[in-house]
Design a protein. Structure first.
Length: 210
């Protein structure tokens, strides 16, 4: 399958939000909030526009990845890191390496841009293939000083996180207002909200501590 990776353009915005909604609907919660998240992140100062990419097939957008800057706050220093997400792939194209292409392409570019590491929340069973490890290995905690199993970090070059330890801080930019979400979702076609097994798996991963 010939996949093209290119920068997202302004004319793509609505299309990408639709793709994101389809990709995440009922996956982690009844409905989803990722399409609003993508919409909001573009206007944030932390948004890294040069790492905002779409994947296309036959000219159709089938996936997207976005990045923001975050930090690890140590005892005496703040360390800049990258955060990616959402990573969206239309359901009919999932499992075909589209997400991997987006992650590999952008992480290599991030390295070339001078970034040292990426920190995310995700499933280690999926993300370890890219080089992510649980954050405990780098002594990077969440805001509560704990090590969630879902908090992952990847060095973009050897020993990039050596001596970088502390509290991971995303600045709260991934927080979503539920009333704003309900209003935003009215602009999209109706979809039924359901409880799924993938939501149970998500809650299990998020709730686990190391």
């Amino acid at each position: 399958m010939e996949i093209t990776i290119r920068h997202e353009e302004e004319k793509d915005y609505r299309n990408v939000e639709e793709v994101t909604r389809e990709a995440f609907w009922n996956l982690y919660r009844p409905g989803c909030d990722e399409h609003l998240l993508v919409h909001l992140l573009r206007s944030k100062s932390e948004f890294v526009r040069s790492l905002d990419f779409v994947a296309t097939f036959d000219g159709k957008i089938i996936g997207n990845i976005v990045y923001v800057e975050g930090q690890v706050i140590g005892e005496s220093k703040k360390h800049r890191v990258l955060i990616f997400g959402p990573v969206s792939v239309l359901p009919e194209f999932q499992g075909q390496g589209v997400g991997a292409k987006l992650i590999n392409h952008t992480s290599q570019l991030a390295k070339e841009m001078g970034y040292n590491a990426i920190v995310i929340y995700g499933d280690i069973e999926y993300y370890k293939r890219f080089g992510f490890k649980v954050s405990k290995e780098y002594r990077i905690t969440n805001q509560d000083g704990k090590y969630p199993a879902a908090l992952l970090a990847m060095e973009l070059y050897p020993d990039a996180l050596k001596g970088v330890e502390g509290v991971f801080d995303d600045g709260g930019i991934y927080s979503i207002d539920e009333e704003e979400l309900q209003e935003f979702d009215k602009g999209f076609p109706f979809k039924e909200k359901e409880v799924t097994k993938s939501q149970e798996r998500f809650l299990e991963i998020v709730g686990k501590l190391l």
